[in-house]
Design a protein around this ligand. Structure first.
Ligand code: FUB
Length: 460
């Protein structure tokens, strides 16, 4: 669990703003998240991430996670639908993933350490929904030759149905995928890097005494916008910034186009990017070390909106704490998973078989913010929530506009018989709130112990 005692200060410093309350970056505060891979499906934007363990001293990563949004400010935690354990042939390093859709199936490409070869390998899992469950599609790696280069797969399905995969550190590998998305068509090739194409020659041809500013390192992100193909990548050695190359064809020739996200003090020596367009707006995803306790092995995913230049090039994008503005209001008159969060402090999430992901580790003073909630013209009459406590519970207060804003509803949570013994509690609201507000679920109780777990809520 990540305690966010200094969060607001950090966010304020990062953005230079004095209104840190508007921070949405990093987009997940309950866990350290890495290597974002966005994907839009229907009306929802999903982000697939890695997960840095607390107190790690390397990328000892064990699972991949999924988060989604429909408004760009409130993110739902879908837990971890894929982990090292799902690949019998892999044993460590759940590094940068990407999930793509084809023919109503979702193909989840991942790098992980191979027990078979002793190097890194590329695996592919398949699922029927964007949030899984996912299963190893092959029972063996998609590509495994014993090399440590095999990390960070990126896949793109072109307008003509052809699918391509790129990956690699420090070499860039590429191949075409068959229509089944789980086998390679032809040989895997190594891309010849040049100064013109990638800011530096291929690694074995680089001059040791030359500093190549934009040289390719890792984390490719391959996609098309308009008539141009793009390969974004972490560049310049360590610490990394994000650069990109463009081409008129899927396999080049590539032209290096400069930096997208220059080096800045984000406390992470890696960066990893992904781009998608959602409801007509392009978004750039990346990671920083900007949560409290964050750093090189405790990274967090962030997002910035941007606009392509008229010629298709990408402008410089700087990390901010404010991130992307809301593109829709939030409807409170339905069951909402408690793990749908614009900002939180102190809490964590956990899964169980009965209810899926829920909010856990709730202590006195912790809170969850849900942004841009539209109560309409008439307001809400009652508030209900599904809660569980193995101890003496505590109080769930609902405030508007800030942690200490007007009280709108309150539930005294008793002992329910266990941390996963859920009971639904409902009370009349204490104030008639109309219009659009940020809502804060503020948790109060005895200092020290966990108070209760929180599964979902609803206004009537
Ligand atoms: O997250 C582990 C590794 O760090 C990724 O595979 C790289 O892209 C870098 O972000």
């Amino acid at each position: 669990m990540i305690r966010l005692a200094k969060t607001m200060l950090v966010m304020g410093l990062m953005s230079g703003l004095c209104t840190p309350i508007k921070a949405i970056n990093p987009i997940v505060q309950t866990k350290y998240t890495t290597d974002p891979a966005p994907m839009v499906h229907n009306d929802t934007l999903y982000v697939y991430t890695g997960h840095d363990e607390d107190n790690a001293d390397f990328f000892w990563m064990q699972e991949w996670r999924v988060y989604s949004t429909t408004d760009m400010v409130n993110w739902t935690d879908h837990g971890s639908p894929l982990a090292i354990e799902d690949f019998t042939w892999g044993d460590d390093r759940a590094w940068a993933p990407q999930c793509v859709e084809r023919n109503d199936k979702f193909y989840f490409y991942v790098p992980l350490h191979s027990k078979l070869s002793g190097g890194m390998a590329i695996g592919v899992a398949v699922g029927d929904t964007p949030v899984g469950p996912f299963k190893d599609a092959l029972g063996h790696p998609l590509f495994d030759n014993g090399s440590w280069d095999n990390i960070d797969p990126t896949v793109f399905v072109d307008d003509n149905g052809k699918a391509y995969i790129y990956w690699g550190n420090p070499n860039i590998y590429y191949a075409e995928l068959n229509d089944d998305m789980i086998s390679l068509k032809g040989e895997v090739k190594v891309l010849e890097q040049t100064v013109e194409g990638f800011g530096a020659p291929s690694p074995d041809k680089r001059n040791k005494d030359t500093k190549y500013k934009e040289s390719y390192v890792e984390g490719p992100w391959f996609y098309k916008h308009g008539k141009n193909y793009y390969l974004l990548y972490a560049s310049g050695g360590v610490p990394e910034h994000i650069s990109y190359s463009m081409s008129k064809k899927p396999f080049g020739p590539w032209k290096q186009m400069g930096q997208i996200m220059p080096l800045s003090d984000t406390r992470s020596f890696t960066n990893h990017s992904g781009i998608t367009e959602f409801k007509g707006q392009p978004y750039f995803f990346y990671h920083t070390g900007m949560l409290p306790g964050g750093g090189g092995f405790a990274r967090s995913v962030a997002v910035e909106p941007f606009k392509y230049n008229a010629d298709g090039t990408i402008p410089e994008i700087l990390p901010t704490a404010t991130g992307a503005p809301a593109i829709a209001t939030f409807n409170p008159y339905r069951r909402v998973e408690a793990e749908t969060i614009a900002w939180s402090e102190g809490v964590d999430t956990e899964p169980n078989d009965a209810v899926g992901v829920y909010v856990s580790d709730i202590h006195n003073g912790d809170y969850i913010k849900v942004a841009n909630v539209d109560f309409g013209k008439r307001g809400a009459k009652s508030f209900g929530a599904s809660l569980a406590s193995a101890l003496r519970g505590g109080t769930l207060e609902v405030h508007t506009d800030s942690v200490k804003g007007p009280l709108m509803a309150k539930i005294e949570v008793p002992h329910t018989g266990g941390w996963e013994e859920w009971k639904y509690f409902e009370n009349p609201t204490t104030a008639n709130v109309t219009g659009i507000h940020d809502v804060y679920f503020v948790f109060k109780g005895r200092k020290g112990p966990k108070l209760f777990n929180f599964d979902y809520w609803k206004f009537e």
